[in-house]
Design a protein. Sequence first.
Length: 328
Amino acid sequence: MKLKANLAADGAIFLTTLIWGSTFAVSRDVLDHWPPLAYLALRLPLAALLFALLFPRQLFGAGRDAWRAGATLGLLMGFGFIGQTVGLLWTTPAKSAFITGLTTPLVPVVVYVLWRARPSRENFAGIVLASIGGALILAPAGAGGGFNTGDLITLGMTILFAAHITLMGLYARRFDVRQLSAIQITAAAALMLFVWLSLRAWGALAGGLPAGLAREAEPLVWNATTTTQLIYMSSVATVATFLLWTWGQARMPATHAAVIFSLEPVFATLFAVLLRGSAEWSGGRSTLGAILVVAGVIVSELRWGRREVEAEVKAGEAEWEGQEAVED
């Protein structure tokens, strides 16, 4: 047995996952003051502006292929963020993180559907362990264990996140990290602004929005807390994490990255307890779940060589080259 050599890439994905774990509780706090789409229409454009200021040459000098790849990732992520954030209106941060964590077992399915690339036995075992662990931690027992509207909306977004992780693994190897991160955030920001401004225009023309969307017409509540949270979510949780994520995933298969991402529910629960005082850690069951998640990450590392990486890369690149040949 041998451990995967590129620990730096694992560290980048791990740090990304840790920061993302904090975003569920922070976003839920923001939603106490702001409507979800208005919040995203501020967060992502601010992140896109930061990217434009930091990397103007990479963003504005990108070619057609880079924009096609980045826009695809941006739209997948944008629609996923919309569903995830709206879902938080009806569910808890920890439960939202668990449902989002179901992306982990979906990634190898998407990889197989797109490229017929099978995950290794070690990776598959890691996914199973991590998924069971996440369920033990965050699937509430008793009366609160049923699915609600927020749960179902969040569940529907997991296929978008799985597709995003899978395609990120391909595109991150072909394009500059800064360029790909900047383009996809810019595309997602454009989507958010379009959706939000369309709703505002609809409300103005129709004399109001339907009940489920009426909150989007409310004025935003600005204070020191919401301003700090917006800056954190735009800079650290978006700009920094997407640079780390893109760099790290260029050096590992999508299925391997998905297993590390399965730690997100653990971090989300810890941050929910620390930041919101949520009593969502249910003793021995949750502890066993955390052990299984960590075990899943370790198992996925065992006997991990270049063959799995190369198989997935070759399958994805063959698909990409086939698309380019058709267009030409």
